[in-house]
Each structure stands twice: as C-alpha cells, then as structure tokens.
Design a protein around this ligand. Structure first.
Ligand SMILES: Nc1ncnc2c1ncn2[C@@H]1O[C@H](COP(=O)(O)OP(=O)(O)OP(=O)(O)O)[C@@H](O)[C@H]1O
Ligand SMILES: [Mg+2]
Length: 265
C-alpha cells in the first residue's frame, strides 16, 4: 500500500483532494474520508475505477493510500474547508488516483482544445465509458484527464472521478437520458449506432460477473462505507441486475433532445 510522505498541492473540485508524493516516489491525487461529498465516494472511486479498468477502459491506476497522523499534523494545507469552518483531513486509509509520471515532468489537462481532442489516441474510450457510466448511473458528467509524454505527438485520455457513480452516497440508480455523457459531444462523432458501443456492451453483459464485482469490493476499506456490508452487497446485486439495461439507456440518450450522437441516424 502506498504511504503518503508529502503534500504537493491542493486540487480543484468538491472533494478537496490533494496531490501527494508517496514513499516510492509515485504521486497520487488523494481523497480523504472526511471530504464534503461523503465517505462513500471513496468506495465508489475504488469500485468504479476497478470495474472500468476491467472493461478495458483507460483509467489511472488507483490504490488505497495510507496517510499518517504526523504528516497531517505537520502540513498546514491538509485541511478541509467545510461549511462552517475547517477540519483536518482525516488520517488513515484514503483513496488515491495515480498521477501519470511526476508533476515536474508531465502536464495534465482537464480539457483539450478541439484539435488535440480529435487526435487523442484513445478517443473511442469515451464510448466505452458511456456504457460504464450508464451501467453505474454516474450522476456527474463524465470527467477525464489528458496528457502525453514529450516524445509523443498525441494525447491520451484517462477516465477519472468515479465518485458519483451509484448516485454518490445514495447507492441507488435514478437513470436519466443525459446522465454520464461527456460535455464535449464531439468525442461521440464516430458513433453510428448501438454497435459503436461494442465491445463494451458485451463485456458488461457477459464478462463482468459476480466474481469480478466481489474481487473489486473486497478491496474497499469498510470504514469508507460505515462497515455497512448489507448495503454494499445490495449495491453489487443491483449492478449485476442492471447489466442488461445498458443498451436501452444508451438508446434513450440517443433519442434525447441533446442529440449527443449526431452521426447516428
Ligand atoms: N489521476 C490523476 N492524475 C492527475 N490529475 C488528477 C488525477 N485525478 C484527478 N486529477 C485532477 O484533480 C482534479 C480533481 O479530481 P476529481 O474530479 O476526481 O475530484 P472532485 O473533487 O470530485 O472534483 P469535482 O467536484 O470538480 O468533480 C481533477 O480536475 C484533475 O485535474
Ligand atoms: Mg470531479
């Protein structure tokens, strides 16, 4: 398990994450259990990202990161801004999403201009990720990061922020046509029909079964979900049952007024 040894900087966003260096010189964007979005979003991040990776989608590698009390006490920046005041980030097991390489050498972007976006090497993953986001009822818009190594001309996307899958802390599935879409619909330009969402549809329907879900769930520290095993089991059962809904959910997105797939006639 990576051990955090240094806080580098605060990141943007509602979970008030921090970029941290770990003992093995890896870097992680770390979310703490007492973040304002609730402890369950850590469980969602770990479970969601493991499942997306299992579908063959590009994600950062993710881990449970240990953050010790002495680091938090010695780092003034490691506080949560809460409604009425501040609280120290909670020590213990936190969620980490690995930064690609080191921040000194790799620039990471939340958005790319159209031209670079079009040339992103794995743009097709946005279709696969929509399959995932429909399945898990991600109630936030899809989010990704983009980066490239100096010798490479094209950017690569990695799918981040699975915290609002399963409707954040609710662990229910209020499906709606526009949920889970990436704001820049040009990533869906290659879509010509439901077939454009293969092979991911088939993977969800036939390859990600009970065993895969159990494996991913086993890794989640119980304190991230208040040790409510029943709720977790129910979530997994729900996910298994929902696998067959995904096709219809994508068709509803297609039929919606937002017309996210301009080339699907
Ligand atoms: N693995 C990663 N590598 C590099 N940067 C990352 C990584 N994960 C997240 N980030 C950066 O940290 C920011 C916050 O991450 P994330 O969106 O997961 O948190 P959040 O608090 O839920 O944000 P929001 O409320 O804006 O959705 C992202 O905008 C992104 O720039
Ligand atoms: Mg986010």
């Amino acid at each position: 398990m990576p051990l955090a040894v240094e806080q580098i900087r605060r990141m943007r966003g509602g979970a008030q994450s921090h970029l941290m260096r770990c003992a093995d010189d890896s870097y992680y964007v770390v979310k703490f259990r007492n973040n304002p979005q609730g402890g369950r979003i850590l469980a969602n991040e770990l479970l969601g990202t493991r499942l997306a990776a299992r579908m063959g989608l590009s994600t950062p590698s993710v881990a449970v990161v240990e953050v010790r009390e002495d680091l938090i006490e010695g780092t003034e920046e490691l506080v949560m801004q809460l409604g009425r005041g501040r609280a120290r980030c909670e020590a213990g097991l936190a969620f980490g999403s690995r930064y690609p390489g080191s921040p000194a050498e790799t620039e990471v972007y939340d958005f790319l201009p159209d031209e670079q976006l079009r040339e992103t090497e794995n743009l097709g993953d946005f279709c696969g990720m929509l399959v995932f986001d429909k399945w898990t009822c991600n109630t936030n818009g899809r989010q990704a990061i983009f980066f490239r190594s100096p010798e490479q001309p094209c950017y690569r996307a990695q799918m981040i922020d699975q915290g609002f899958c399963f409707n954040a802390g609710e662990w229910n599935f209020p499906d709606a046509p526009l949920r889970g879409l990436y704001a820049r619909h040009r990533v869906y330009q290659s879509v010509r029909g439901l077939d454009s969402f293969e092979p991911w549809l088939t993977r969800v329907e036939t390859k990600i079964g009970e065993a895969a879900l159990d494996d991913a769930a086993k890794e989640i520290p119980p304190e991230w979900y208040g040790s409510d095993i029943d709720a977790l089991m129910q979530l997994l059962e729900h996910l298994l049952r929902r696998r067959k809904l995904v096709r219809d959910l994508i068709v509803s997105a297609w039929k919606s007024s937002a017309q996210p797939f301009p080339n699907w006639k």
